[in-house]
Design a protein around this ligand. Structure first.
Ligand SMILES: Nc1ncnc2c1ncn2[C@@H]1O[C@H](COP(=O)(O)OP(=O)(O)OP(=O)(O)O)[C@@H](O)[C@H]1O
Length: 336
């Protein structure tokens, strides 16, 4: 491989489009390369087209036009079972009446694999996810975390190259969700597979992804590492969707400034005059809401995050008058 050859892509989407009906384009000619052995999160608000994209890769939804390549094979028109992908669903979608073993063996049964062989393979996979001793239990007799591992084993039994995960953590309580997300990350590394994970949660995507793909209205707004997307949002949409940013209308155009990068000074210093409208204590930090003078639109509201220690040194209360400023290098110009 010479320096100009990009690393091999596990999945490549080329002008991929899905139109459900006249005038309703769910996915609009998107192009994307997902690196092999990486954790990719498709992220965006409800209706942005992320699930449709995942379902097209899985073969659960037809494409309107465009191509899907898996390790350079064109899989666009292949049946789901022949693609080399496997899917893990929201709340794991395990069969409640089947044991963990039979859940894992299910797809081999559908393929006509003999009982002894499929059960041996399923048992082996359950051992790999440390559940061999619970193979006889039904999903209802397993914890949420154990169910996730059964779902993982069930997806892996088809020996996929790419695992597709559709909001796999959204049905879990917040505590378990954080635990399970660490486990998913570890599984992706240990298995050396490519994971493509759909989520509407910025926090989940930032915690998991090597590459985040931020979608809006059927288009890709930005692709990059969590650090790159968070620190250099490409558009106003990404800055607002990721949160933690202020979009400010400056003479240089709209810029995004992180809410922990805004400085406060007494009124009469330099900067933009504003009034504190809200003070929220959050433990390690305090979140201030401010209203810029002479601005009534949504861009006139600014949020500032102060570490708790700074707030203790210099506290603020609703109605306080301040000047806001920021380092020019902390302001990221947004695409119009
Ligand atoms: N089977 C369908 N028939 C018609 N329109 C659909 C169908 N499935 C999705 N859509 C539309 O396509 C667009 C994208 O939907 P999609 O489910 O991909 O979005 P999403 O980002 O995954 O949303 P969510 O997070 O709510 O699942 C939406 O406008 C949706 O209403």
């Amino acid at each position: 491989m010479d320096a100009t050859t990009p690393p091999p892509a596990a999945v490549e989407l080329i002008a991929l489009t899905k139109q459900y009906g006249p005038g309703s384009i769910a996915v609009d000619a998107i192009n994307l390369r997902i690196a092999a052995n990486s954790y990719c999160c498709l992220l965006g608000p409800s209706g942005c087209g992320k699930s449709t994209t995942l379902r097209m890769i899985a073969g659960h939804e037809s494409t309107t036009s465009g191509d899907i390549l898996l390790e350079n094979r064109n899989i666009t028109d292949l049946p789901a079972a022949e693609r080399g992908t496997a899917m893990m669903f929201q709340s794991f979608a395990l069969f409640p009446h089947l044991s963990a073993l039979d859940n894992v063996a299910f797809s081999l049964k559908m393929k006509g694999v003999a009982k002894a062989e499929r059960q041996a393979k399923a048992q082996d996979l359950l051992e790999r996810v440390s559940l061999g001793h619970l193979a006889h239990r039904k999903p209802g007799e397993l914890s949420g975390g154990q169910q996730q591992r059964v779902a993982l084993a069930r997806a892996l039994i088809t020996q996929p190259r790419v695992l597709l995960l559709d909001e796999p953590l959204s049905a879990l309580d917040p505590f378990l969700r954080i635990q399970m997300r660490a486990e998913l990350r570890q599984w992706q590394k240990d298995l050396g597979l490519t994971f493509i994970h759909v989520t509407h949660s910025q926090e989940e995507a930032m915690a998991l992804a090597d590459t985040m793909v931020v979608m809006n209205h059927g288009l890709i707004e930005q692709v990059g590492s969590p650090h790159a997307v968070y620190n250099h949002p490409a558009s106003e949409f990404v800055a607002r969707f990721m949160g933690g940013h202020n979009v400010l209308d400056t003479t240089a155009g709209k810029v995004a400034v992180r809410n922990d990068h805004i400085r406060l000074a007494p009124l009469g210093s330099t900067g933009w005059a504003a009034t504190v409208s809200d003070v929220e204590y959050q433990g390690t930090y305090v979140l201030l809401g401010l209203q810029l003078d002479g601005r009534t639109d949504k861009d006139g509201s600014v949020s500032v995050m102060l570490p708790e220690a700074r707030f203790v040194q210099q506290s603020y209360a609703t109605g306080d008058r301040v000047d806001l400023s920021w380092e020019p290098s902390q302001a990221h110009v947004l695409a119009a």
